[in-house]
Design a protein around this ligand. Structure first.
Ligand SMILES: Cc1ncc(COP(=O)(O)O)c(C=O)c1O
Length: 350
């Protein structure tokens, strides 16, 4: 199948498998794994932070971060469709005892005024208040949208003024950095804590990191253990991360170019795609104008050998490019998708 469901579907490449096979390993729980230590050092430096800790998933990194910044009964502010609010099984409440307050975003982004309003205590319980703000860049449910730097700076400055801790769910932050043409530390360093995921565009089988100050990351080690995430010879997977930093970062620009090419070709074929929203490796297709049911559309696509996936919006499906998708795959997808959905490109463009 031409699998465009997500950038999480990639298999480790031969080069990555070799790096895994040859990894120097040790007891990570005792902080003796040299490859984990190297990965942590490199990611901390890349993101402009003092330290980083390796964890199995980005969800765990986010959950640890939220615990570091709050006490049970505090309020978490985040865009209402962000991953921490909708896809982490209520972990913010279950693990940190947080009250979650979702703010309506535009393109996954929220504005300083919204944060200011939401952070003002509205209850008679004086210290039940917002203590942490979580932002997402790129924003998954918005379709891989990127925060413009000045907007991010304004929001973080507002949070600082309101004495909120700020966490970045940067599972795909390297896509954002590549799209903006800046080093990742340009924006990642502004946050108290930052999650980076290895198993998305970077192509690793698993793994994520949480970066922050020495103090916060020291506390994160303890939380990681509490989550059952303290590992042993974890260098076997951290090696994939080190390999990905060397080989799979700059090439994210190719994924973005391919997503754009696919979006433009599908739009030319008459499909409802907002090209302004294609900023990274996601292409969102609105089925509403076609009057097609989502499940039927995904099934018709599967039948011709193309995998797309559902989004949080009931009429929108998405195609996501990644390191296994070639230029030829894009040409093929651009031909198969309209055909499977009953659109005759010759008529639409003619
Ligand atoms: C923005 C964002 N944050 C966090 C995650 C969680 O990643 P993981 O599956 O590694 O827990 C995802 C996964 O899709 C994501 O898109």
């Amino acid at each position: 199948m031409l699998d465009l469901r997500s950038d999480t579907v990639t298999q480790p490449t031969l080069g990555m498998r070799r790096a895994i096979a040859e990894a120097a390993v040790g007891d990570e729980q005792k902080r003796e794994d040299p490859t984990v230590s190297e990965l942590q050092r490199r990611v901390a430096e890349l993101l402009g932070h003092e330290a980083a800790v390796f964890v199995p998933t980005a969800t765990m990194a986010n959950q640890i971060a939220l615990k570091l910044h709050s006490r049970p009964g505090d309020v978490l502010l985040a865009e209402e469709t962000s991953h921490v609010l909708v896809y982490e099984y209520g972990g913010a409440a279950a693990h940190a005892g947080l009250i979650t307050h979702g703010l309506t975003g535009v393109g996954g982004r929220i504005a300083p005024g919204q944060i200011r309003d939401a952070a003002t205590p509205s209850t008679k319980i004086a210290d039940q208040r917002a203590t942490v703000l979580s932002l997402e860049n790129t924003h998954n449910n918005a379709g891989g949208r990127v925060w413009p730097l000045h907007e991010l700076e304004d929001v973080v400055a507002t949070a600082r003024e309101l004495e909120l801790a700020v966490h970045l769910d940067g599972a795909r932050l390297l896509n954002a950095a590549v799209a903006l043409g800046v080093g990742p530390a340009t924006f990642a360093s502004r946050f108290d804590t930052v999650t980076l995921c290895l198993s998305k565009g970077l192509g690793c089988p698993l793994g994520a990191l949480l970066a922050g100050s020495e103090d916060l990351i020291e506390r994160a080690w303890r939380e990681k253990h509490l989550f059952g995430g303290a590992m042993r010879q974890a260098g076997i997977v951290a090696a994939a991360g080190v390999y990905a930093l060397d080989h799979n970062v700059d090439r994210l620009a190719d994924d973005h170019a391919r997503a754009r090419r696919l979006a433009e070709t599908l739009a030319d074929a008459g499909m409802a795609i907002d090209l302004d929203r294609v900023e990274t490796n996601f292409v969102q297709v609105d089925l509403a104008p076609l009057g097609l049911d989502r499940a039927a559309a995904l099934s018709a696509l599967r039948d011709v050998g193309v995998g797309l996936s559902a989004t949080i919006l009931p009429t929108v499906i998405r195609a996501v490019t990644h390191l296994e998708i070639t230029d030829e795959d894009i040409e093929r997808a651009a031909e198969l998708i309209p055909r499977a959905l009953g659109i005759d490109a010759r008529v639409a463009t003619g």
